[in-house]
Design a protein around this ligand. Sequence first.
Ligand code: CIR
Length: 261
Amino acid sequence: MMFSQAIVRLPAANFADGLTTVDLGRPSFALVLEQHQRYCQALESCGLSLTHLPADADFPDSTFVEDVAILTEHGAILTRPGAASRAGEVRSMQATLGRFYPELAEISAPGTVDGGDICEAGQHFIIGISLRTNHEGARQLGNWLEQRGYTWSTIDVREVPGILHLKSGIAYLGDGLDDNRMIAIDALVDEAALRPFELVQVSPSEDYAANCVRVNQHVIMPAGFPLLQASLSALGYAIIALDMSEFQKMDGGLSCLSLRL
Ligand code: CIR
């Protein structure tokens, strides 16, 4: 799948007041902005045109735009985020996505879905059941996907330590055609839903690096994870490595900073 556009949102000054489960210190706002800017430049260097949304201090986690919508080649659906403090992020994204999609579906109560739990892999989607995405949300999303010709499966990550979302632990590297690779952390490699894929395993010391994004001819990955970087380079991927330290402090990964279409 080739991407031509991405939607990003500038981090708000109160970014550090967002949700986190890790104890890595408080992010430096100056560094957050710098890392976000480099991330945007990386997407542009992969050929994408960006839609920049303004910072929204009502929602400190709102820079993690991936969580509020699922975009496919056959339409888009707004999620219903599992964290109460993030529920209101959906409305402003609705207005933005309305410019790209004539119709927008939506997950409804009692379903919850965070986009970080949804891994697109060509014509198949893997849905993570997590503290943010529940079975009802997965069912609604699965029905919507089936109506568009996609198949889906689930992985329950609730008992996997250190995993906020499914995509904290896996990333689809493929192009949906002749390349069917998936990055996966050790704790997930035996999942039945991953059997169809050729796995690139992440060493446990580099778990955070599992959240990569393939954007056209490049794989964007977090900097500072030499083992995974070497594995991906050896497989022939062109890598862009970005410092993500300040986003990591808030449980955020590379994929969650953009919606790609
Ligand atoms: C949250 O807990 O919701 C944010 N602090 C981080 C969300 C990261 N999103 C993602 O990995 N898709």
